[in-house]
Design a protein around this ligand. Structure first.
Ligand code: FAD
Length: 309
């Protein structure tokens, strides 16, 4: 059995594995795709002390760092069930390939994925104008025109944030009204360089073959099709945690995030969690790494306090 079994090979899982392995304990990592969301990222400029890197390069660096230690890496393996520890004190993780792994402690770091609009042009222009993270990519659009898709809290927060950087923000909301908190809506309404469009069904991202140059939407009331010229689009219609496989085992928030305390402890003893899959606010690489380290130290603390078998 493993002392620590990490599920997920993104920034959180990698940090957790390194911290565990450095304690000299038996560590394993199961990952569907080692590297995680970082693999889908082009430019990264907010990993403190690394002014600029690229996703695939960072993913490679994560894997190489983990491989400097004695860690069993099980890449391209999907976990499909967590079975809480019984009398033997060992939790089990069942993989899609049928194998079952046993561990004295488990760290869940399965991350999340951004919900997409599923319109023509979106995939084609990803990272070439279509973005999902205002904290990450907002500064790339300094002085340019952008749209934010989604009028919930994250969309309105993104629009307020971006309005301070870009020249103009168009916020498009499908519903007939915004759903964000009233204080955020009031703040948004006070900004001179923001246009709010409700009842707007986004239908297409347009570009010149290289970069985004516009967004097309249909006015759901009048039925007309409209186009806004711009350089960037921030899609803010939800972040989906990869936690379906955990339903019924650890406590999840109404959004499906794994509930953790300040130490990364979940509702199950010996099971910890870190990164975008959890209730931790702000989904960022540096935060996921820190939380992974923290969950791993908590797992170690759990192990040294557990009775010897
Ligand atoms: P993830 O990176 O999502 O990794 C999750 C891991 O779990 C993966 O290995 C995945 O394969 C695995 N997994 C999932 N389900 C299972 C399962 N059932 N069984 C086994 N393994 C599983 N952040 C920044 O700080 N700066 C940026 O510039 C930046 N740009 C971004 C650009 C894009 C396009 C995207 C999508 C995100 C960006 N982010 C950025 C956010 C950042 O990538 C995430 O916050 C970070 O990767 C979260 O790390 P994580 O380890 O929690 O999860």
């Amino acid at each position: 059995a493993y002392d620590v079994l990490v599920v997920g090979g993104g920034p959180a899982g990698s940090a957790a594995a390194i911290y565990a392995a450095r304690k000299g304990i038996r560590t394993g990592v199961v990952a569907e795709r080692f590297g995680g969301q970082v693999l889908d990222t082009l430019s990264i400029e907010n990993l403190i002390s690394v002014p600029h890197t690229e996703g695939p390069k960072l993913a490679m660096a994560l894997e190489q760092h983990v491989k400097q230690y004695e860690v069993d890496i099980m890449n391209l393996q999907r976990a499909e069930a967590l079975i809480p520890a019984g009398d033997d004190g060992l939790a089990q993780v069942r993989l899609a390939n049928g194998a079952t792994l046993k561990a004295k402690s488990v760290i869940l770091a399965t991350g999340a994925r951004w919900r997409e609009m599923n319109v023509p042009g979106e995939k084609e222009y990803k990272a070439r104008g279509v973005c999902f993270c205002p904290h990450c990519d907002g500064p790339l659009f300094k002085g340019k025109r952008v749209a934010v898709i989604g009028g919930g809290n994250s969309g309105v927060e993104a629009a307020i944030d971006l309005a301070g950087i870009v020249s103009h923000v168009t916020l498009l909301e499908f519903d007939s009204k915004l759903r964000a908190d009233a204080v955020l809506q009031a703040k948004l309404g006070s900004l001179p360089n923001v246009t709010i469009v409700t009842s707007a069904l986004t239908t297409e991202v347009t570009g010149d073959g290289e970069k985004v140059n516009g967004i097309v939407f249909q006015d759901r009331i009048g039925g007309q099709t409209k186009r806004v010229e711009l350089e960037g689009i921030f899609v803010q219609i939800g972040l989906l945690p990869n936690t379906d496989w955990l339903k019924g085992t650890v406590n999840l928030s109404p959004r499906g995030e794994i509930e953790i305390d300040a130490r990364g402890q979940t509702s199950l003893p010996g099971v910890f969690a870190a990164g975008d899959a959890t209730t931790t606010p702000y989904k960022q690489i540096i935060i996921a790494m820190g939380e992974g380290a923290k969950a791993s130290l908590s797992a170690f603390d759990h192990l040294i306090r557990s009775p010897a078998p």
